[in-house]
Design a protein around this ligand. Structure first.
Ligand code: WTA
Length: 647
């Protein structure tokens, strides 16, 4: 069946930053002469010392090195705040919408400037210096944005840990970056409940050793305080001067670290730097969403994920936008909350994840119909492939067929969108992220030979041929791991970890991860992380974890567990193991299905055949393929007989 194609409306295209001809001309120019293209785009920022070099990058395996605007000097907070003050001092920078629908606030650029300068001075008074790392473990409140921008104002590097991670996971990240300060809040209200952030920090510090904390009084809960270690945000800010000059930073100085799951080992600290990242976040925000002065932009992500970094804070604020920050969840007080907020704040661009769309779709159209959504001009999705049913519902019910949908494919590592429609330029097909952004050269490789498939129609692994300014620069403290994770399997290319199909029109369709990373509700989870949490339990001998299709979450977490001899399987033990994983990693890693496996399918050399485990988890065991290399083929029969996912 032919794909339905939705061309951009003529009126939209006529006033968009890019129509089809502009996109094609700019794209061609960006590939023909990247230096000239990105030189011009670099001018979207204010530089304290202008750069003389633009692109200096190589993917050559022997010496992978990525530098952009290398000798330029700038400050990110000055670009996101100070330079807008003359023209936008009284404009709203951040609209904050609280968990409770009665709580909201507008913060102007002038107020943002004052708060960030004061907080930067508080950091200094707590001993934070240029190059030091600050861990943020925050609710979705304006102070989270202040805390990020105050870091780069003084040249400190933030590492945000999502508030849903457990004390154990937080401790690992505090230690990994040798944090000098932790900024947190007493509690994080979400969906009418309060996550005990400060209590989690206390537990984390028992593991990592004490680090000074700065605690925002979000709910005002009366909590224990460790004298000399814990500092009140309110008290510290009351003393602080609002005068803090932005620190001159080299374009390649680190801006932030963000831990993300890979196929093996502990999460990797993805490092983004100052100049190229901001150019790329700013440009993608402007073009992908067709952002125009005066628009209200809402990205529903959490600042704990890269989407929140690039499209709640850095991209929008670099562009002088009004960005909406939402503390709550889509279903509180009811499943109409997103649309109530869109109506209340007259949102123009709305950006969310397919998992949220699928969940809301199941609640019925009445929750959407109640609200006036006529302000919406562009709808975006991110985080996982969107199934055509969800795409169509988003298009018809939310967008009333009038708002173009941008399905943005990108990664923590890429800093910003790599493939996405531009809403005035590129016809969309439900489920396809369409075509590359400026400067991005996707290639599809044959998985085993690594040969680039040159035919238009192709399927294989997705790699990128050359660098773009938003690309990650290294893994924090481990450049070899950066090279081996991204540049070793397919030499000369950046390997994305995703599978991909290119159709006859040259459109790209992401088919999901080809490594041992699963995507649960748009959040990346390494199966190895869940496995190591499970085997840390005293009753577990061995565990193997795979993803399986899940109606709402996209993928669910399916665990095969072999118990220590003498331990009896029971439903109580299932609950115990589920809670154990939640404690070790966080609720986002909660196993959906746990199957007791007396044995795992292994080759004679002891390697677990994950392909078989995936098939059984998918309830698709008719085509298991060759099992003759298994040490004990009979374990497969047991796995099939006791499978947990039966459709
Ligand atoms: C997946 C989130 C299909 C993909 C920004 C990628 C997507 C991983 C899409 C990165 C999309 C993200 N269509 N798949 N539009 N967007 N993905 O690092 O597998 O949390 O590799 O970054 O999510 O997840 P991450």
């Amino acid at each position: 069946m032919a794909d339905t194609i939705y061309p951009p409306a003529a009126a939209f295209a006529a006033s968009a930053h890019a129509d089809k001809a502009t996109y094609e001309a700019m794209y061609a120019a960006s590939i023909a002469d990247p230096d000239a293209f990105w030189d011009a785009q670099g001018k979207r920022l204010d530089w304290m010392t202008p750069y003389t070099k633009v692109k200096d990058t190589t993917f050559e395996h022997s010496g992978v090195s990525i530098k952009w605007y290398d000798d330029g000097v700038l400050n990110v907070s000055a670009n996101c705040i100070d330079r807008h003050l003359a023209t936008r001092g009284t404009q709203t920078a951040i609209i904050w919408e609280g968990d409770n629908p009665e709580d909201s606030a507008h913060i102007t650029y002038a107020q943002l400037h004052t708060e960030v300068c004061k907080l930067a001075n508080v950091y200094k008074s707590l001993g934070v210096r240029k190059g030091d790392r600050v861990v943020l473990y925050m609710p979705m409140i304006p102070e989270a944005a202040y805390a990020m921008l105050a870091c780069n104002r003084i040249g400190a590097v933030h590492s945000i840990v999502f508030g849903g991670f457990s004390p154990e996971a937080l401790a690992a990240r505090i230690t990994a970056c040798d944090a000098k300060l932790i900024v947190t809040a007493d509690q994080a209200p979400r969906g009418g409940k309060a996550t005990p952030l400060k209590a989690n920090v206390d537990k984390a510090l028992e593991i990592s050793g004490d680090v000074p904390t700065l605690v925002v009084e979000r709910t005002g809960a009366d909590l224990p305080n460790k004298a000399g270690r814990d500092h009140s945000y309110t008290a510290a800010m009351a003393q602080a001067s609002a005068d803090c000059a932005p620190e001159p930073m080299n374009a390649e100085d680190p801006l932030f670290i963000l831990y993300t799951s890979g196929s093996t080992g502990a999460p990797k600290g993805v490092v983004h730097t100052t100049g190229g990242y901001l150019v790329y976040a700013s440009m993608t925000h402007q073009y992908t969403f067709d952002y125009k002065d005066g628009d209200v932009f809402w990205c529903t992500a959490d600042v704990g994920w890269v989407t929140g970094h690039s499209y709640i804070v850095y991209g929008p604020l670099a562009n002088g936008a009004t960005t909406l920050m939402f503390e709550g969840v889509p279903t509180y007080p009811d499943a109409g909350r997103f649309w109530a907020v869109c109506e209340k704040h007259k949102v123009n661009q709305f950006y969310t994840a397919p998992t949220a769309i699928r969940a809301l779709m199941g609640q019925g159209e009445a929750f959407v119909e109640k609200y006036d959504l006529s302000s919406i001009k562009v709808l975006g999705t991110v985080g996982e492939p969107i199934n055509p049913e969800a795409w169509n519902w988003y298009n018809d019910v939310v967008g009333k067929g009038k708002a173009p949908i941008v399905d943005t494919w990108w990664q923590t590592e890429t800093g910003g969108h790599l493939m996405t429609p531009l809403p005035g330029a590129i016809s969309t097909k439900p489920g396809s992220c369409t075509l590359p952004f400026f400067g991005v050269q996707p290639v599809i490789l044959e998985p085993t030979t690594g040969q680039e498939i040159l035919e238009t129609e192709a399927e294989g692994v997705l790699c990128i041929k050359d660098s773009w300014p938003g690309q990650m620069r290294t893994v924090w403290g481990d450049h070899d791991r950066f090279v081996s994770a991204y540049f070793s399997d397919y030499k000369g290319y950046y390997f994305t970890g995703d599978g991909c199909r290119r159709d006859a029109d040259g459109y790209y369709w992401i088919t999901g991860r080809v490594d041992d990373v699963i995507n649960v509700s748009g959040h990346r989870m390494g199966t190895a992380e869940v496995e190591s949490a499970l085997v840390a339990h005293p009753k577990v001998a061995e565990a193997a974890v795979v993803g399986y299709p899940h109606d709402i979450k996209g993928q669910g977490i399916y665990c095969y567990v072999t118990l220590m001899s003498g331990e009896a399987p029971s439903d109580e033990l299932r609950v115990e193991l589920r809670n154990w994983v939640r404690k070790e990693i966080g609720p986002i890693a909660s196993p959906d299905l746990i199957q007791w496996a007396p044995g795992l399918p292994k080759t004679r050399s002891g390697k677990i055949m994950r392909r078989i485990l995936r098939k059984v988890a998918e309830d698709d065991f008719g085509a298991l393929g060759d099992t003759s290399t298994l040490a004990d083929p009979s374990v497969v029969d047991d796995l099939i007989e006791n499978r947990m996912n039966r459709s």
